[in-house]
Design a protein around this ligand. Sequence first.
Ligand code: KIV
Ligand code: ZN
Length: 387
Amino acid sequence: MKNQIQIFDTTLRDGEQVPGCQLNTKEKLFVADALEELGVDIIEAGFPISSPGDFQSVQAISKQVKRAVVCGLTRAVKKDIEVAAEALKDAQRPRIHTGIGVSYYHIHLKLKSTEDEIIDRAVKAVKYSKKFVEDVEFYAEDAGRADNIYLAKVVEAVIKAGATVVNIPDTTGYCLPIEYGEKIKFLKTYVKNIDKAIIAAHCHNDLGLATANSIAGVFNGVEQVECTINGIGERAGNTSMEEVVMILRQHKDLNYTTNINTKLISSTSQMVSNLMHMPVQPNKAIVGSNAFAHSSGIHQDGVLKNRENYEIIDPADVGIDKSSIILTARSGRAALKFRLQKLGHKFSEKKLDGIYDVFLDYADKQKEINDKDLSVIVKKFNQLVAV
Ligand code: KIV
Ligand code: ZN
């Protein structure tokens, strides 16, 4: 039996916090629908107290979503919890996600509090949330930079108070994978009631390590990964959903599985990118426009002989028709032949050599050669040989 990893999507909350990414209720409903179809287990729909618009969106998503858990974020503040509970009241499977900062920075410099007071507030927030819903997730904000012994005390206290899930966020994206993995291992070893709750990873990408840290968490007992489509989120973003899902899927020997229908990854990525006006970088793993594009001669020759020579994922598995062979000045004859054949041209090897010389002349002057350019190149070659 494979180990099931729950996918908690926070595109509509941590992702939507990004300047310029705000969505209205109709757009949020559209995304929530797509997320449910994609197979995410939990949809973090928003932060209900943050604005009337967000409250309305969480309320509408709660009414619409049938299978996934719908989650609303709160601070460890009574009013936040009451408002979130109200927004979630029509959800089939509501979850309140409450929490507080637990690092030295958050306790002393942000909250101007003490370690004991924070535990007290955390416990009270969980207990108060339990009055409204059974499923309560606690986030230990900035756990990445928190002292592990203190963090263990917080985790034990909130589980005792009834938390069903405990989220260990690397809020500032500071941890190294080995450090984050050891943090989870420490909690799994020393928190005596840890088996009463699911442990979640919520990593940010400030050092480009969000996915690596989430996977290190999984290796050490995390059962829920919090992530966003295309990795959008505060600052450098959150853990990218498509990366985590495909890592676990491609490394079959690891024996993990998720409920994600990977064939919907590409279309969901494009939809989120369009609605949020947030372009995906071309070299982004899995969903970037170059993720399955081959442009150097050596790679093109290899991939045309056998796709797996240069691809570890079948593009069809993430909903992309096929890999693409891009023609640039770095391309070789095999790629040129392949693209010409697709246009219906068949040439002898000798003629292909001649066309390749004309092609290089054009390719050195422009970045990419498209089908229209290829027709011009063939015409030019025919003119040259006719002279
Ligand atoms: O990064 C973080 O710590 C968060 C919490 C609010 C869960 O987003
Ligand atoms: Zn976050």
